[in-house]
Design a binder for this molecule. Sequence first.
Ligand code: FAD
Ligand code: NDP
Length: 515
Amino acid sequence: MAVSHISKQFLKRFSRHFKTFINGKYISGIVRTYCTRTDNSFDLIVVGGGSGGLACAKEAASFGKKVAVLDFVSPSTQGVKWGLGGTCVNVGCIPKKLMHQAALLGQAIKDAKSFGWNIPETSFSWEVMAANVQSHVKSLNWGHRVQLKDKDVTYFNAKGSFLDNKTLEAVNAKGQKKILKGDQFVIAVGGRPTIPNIPGALDYSITSDDLFWLKESPGKTLVVGASYVALECAGFLAGVGLDVTVMVRSIPLRGFDQEMAKLVCTHMEKHGVKFLPKCLPQQLDKITNGQIRVKYTSGVGEKMEDHFNTVLMATGRWPETKALNLHNTSVEIDSSTGKIIGGFNNDLEKSSADNIYAIGDILLNRPELTPVAIRAGKLLARRLFGGSTLQMDYTSIGTTVFTPLEYSCVGISEEEAIHKFGEDSIEEYTVPQRDASQCFTKFICMREGAGKLVGLHYLGPNAGEVMQGFVTAFRAGASMTTVMNTVGIHPTCAEEIVKLNITKRSGEDPQVTGC
Ligand code: FAD
Ligand code: NDP
């Protein structure tokens, strides 16, 4: 229906401030658009205001579309809640990295003495660190709200559930309901930690959702699990001086290069973290002194127990799809993971419902990382409203595990390379820099030709910073010859990478002994 045929009283007027540069001049003004939409009808509704959802909503709004975001945080098992921004901002990357930094600073203070600093006795206050981390996170929550307002994105602090493919029910904390209509929907609801189904676990353990919001020190802590979340949390807890034990069900950092994973754990062990390999928790009770008694079995079936002030369950995450009532839509879910299946009609984020998409942690078989969710959200908005056809490339994505000695990688592990190409087809270059427990680099490449890189692994200080540029080179198809022809930046840890020239196959000692 042409707008000119409708009486103005049925139209909604949108005013948008714009800023732009034209012919070198800065121009700002207001653009007015009339639209037939009612207050509760949108071009795009994004369910979930985390990394992916916010990025997608803001990008869609920049094309002049009427966009809404719903974000609602259900309390953790211990009743903890937080603000807008999702996992990364509130209970993930940001508070984790700040606490990791607190731990690194402690180590730096110790090291400073041997560099001549006369440092008086130091002590650590969890209360001060936590208060500052939490207030930083709250400022980010506020920043996200302001950004949505600036971009004219309507924000509902409400939980969304579908009534059909085009209708969503939004319920706020007071139980007030609103019915919202959308042409397109993006589901970006992320996941939440899981707790093993053992007696006492739900009542007496915490998860990463709680850890970052503790006002007091967790004290002597048992961390159950041995992947990203478990090892990162164990690392910074030990780094700020706590007694920390990690209970490992099978192997540490499943899916990562196991030689690197072992070096990560060895370094943690040397810095005071205790490991209980092949152990499983069986029962948690509260005892009279307020501590938690953990009964567990060892790998050989032996029954053991120990007491802790805190038990942190870092045993994986589960997608938040249940509350969405997706059975009212035609969206297909993977029954074993609870995640949304994408890839319909040649669009990687399109679900089996034509107008419903999924991005971030909720999408099946995609890396659960913030930059992945953000990039996928932006690209999707550009395809939906900006005429783009560009799909997200989920391959060759770098990642860093922020353990006391950081580990960063891109591409595949040695195990996967051998499995995929066969031992005879690959070459492995390694450099333990003075001491493999302080710094270790391993590049895996094909043996033929210039040696196309297939996996880069770096363990050492500032691993994420060191590897970011190498990830770009990796994506650009760099070969081992390119790496070896690169002149290093001296004196750095990263330069050792471009000095890699001894292969594992040669049997020579690659230990670095001088410049
Ligand atoms: P989320 O950020 O989880 O956002 C989803 C939002 O939707 C949440 O606010 C949720 O409350 C809301 N929601 C859920 N259901 C509904 C509903 N029905 N209605 C309305 N709102 C709803 N990644 C990195 O790249 N680097 C790191 O260093 C890193 N560290 C991490 C550390 C920890 C401890 C954890 C747990 C994760 C970490 N991650 C890290 C992973 C990263 O946080 C996630 O990959 C990222 O946040 C996923 O973004 P998302 O948009 O998919 O979902
Ligand atoms: P994971 O699923 O990767 O790991 C779960 C861990 O818990 C594994 O070690 C698993 O052992 C163990 N486990 C599971 N169930 C039990 C049980 N019943 N008893 C004992 N142990 C158990 O989850 P995470 O929560 O660590 O990480 C989730 C995702 O979050 C990651 O894949 C990552 O993408 C993202 N993340 C990213 C970070 C970063 O970029 N730095 C940091 C933190 C998270 P087993 O191996 O035997 O199954």
